[in-house]
Design a protein around this ligand. Structure first.
Ligand SMILES: C[S@@+](CC[C@H](N)C(=O)[O-])C[C@H]1O[C@@H](n2cnc3c(N)ncnc32)[C@H](O)[C@@H]1O
Length: 171
């Protein structure tokens, strides 16, 4: 769910821990470009790409990863199709993919401001406005229902396009 630069940033940022990085990608063009970049930069030892719609491949995550991963992720960055966020986070929580002290970050939860209301963000031009309006409606539902989930604590960070930070609630 990351563009190539993002995937390499995660690699650079985890050199000290040598964390395993798994990325899900749908687009054949992005898959091909990613694989070439991973080879060129020599990061294939720690970056694994799972091809296909995350809606389907998310179910295979625990068994797709190495045995050492044991189905627990310390950091999960969600930044794919916005109408899929609710399902992705539900799977992460239901399957306990997130480690006890782990964090889920969901990008763009403000949808350029259109999560707040259809009349917001007049600077979003007519070319992309319908797309972000639909995202805003999906993300408004996602945000609203997520804060009612008693398993987690949620903070929406008002930086960039809005980032939700989700952690297991202390029991
Ligand atoms: C906004 S980009 C990610 C940008 C990245 N976070 C960065 O900063 O470089 C969204 C990516 O999600 C992928 N994507 C969209 N829908 C998807 C789906 N259903 N399953 C998997 N990947 C998907 C797109 O092909 C695209 O590469």
């Amino acid at each position: 769910m990351y563009l190539i630069a993002g995937r390499l940033w995660w690699y650079e940022g985890t050199k000290a821990t040598q964390a395993e990085i798994i990325t899900l990608e749908l687009s054949p063009k992005m898959i091909a470009t990613s694989r070439k970049a991973f080879q060129d930069y020599g990061v294939e030892n720690r970056v694994k790409l799972i091809e296909g719609p995350a809606d389907e491949t998310r179910a295979t995550l625990p068994t797709s990863s190495s045995a050492s991963l044991n189905g627990e992720f310390d950091l999960i960055f969600v930044d794919a199709n916005k109408d899929g966020y609710e399902g992705y986070v539900k799977t992460i929580l239901d399957q306990k993919l997130l480690s006890p002290s782990g964090i889920i970050l969901c990008d763009n939860v403000f949808a350029r401001g259109l999560t707040i209301g259809a009349d917001c963000a007049p600077w979003v031009n007519d070319h992309v406005r319908p797309y972000w309006l639909a995202c805003g409606q999906d993300l408004d539902g996602f945000n609203t229902r997520l804060v009612q989930d008693e398993r987690v604590d949620v903070v929406i960070l008002p930086i960039f396009d809005g980032i939700s930070q989700i952690r297991w609630r202390d029991s």
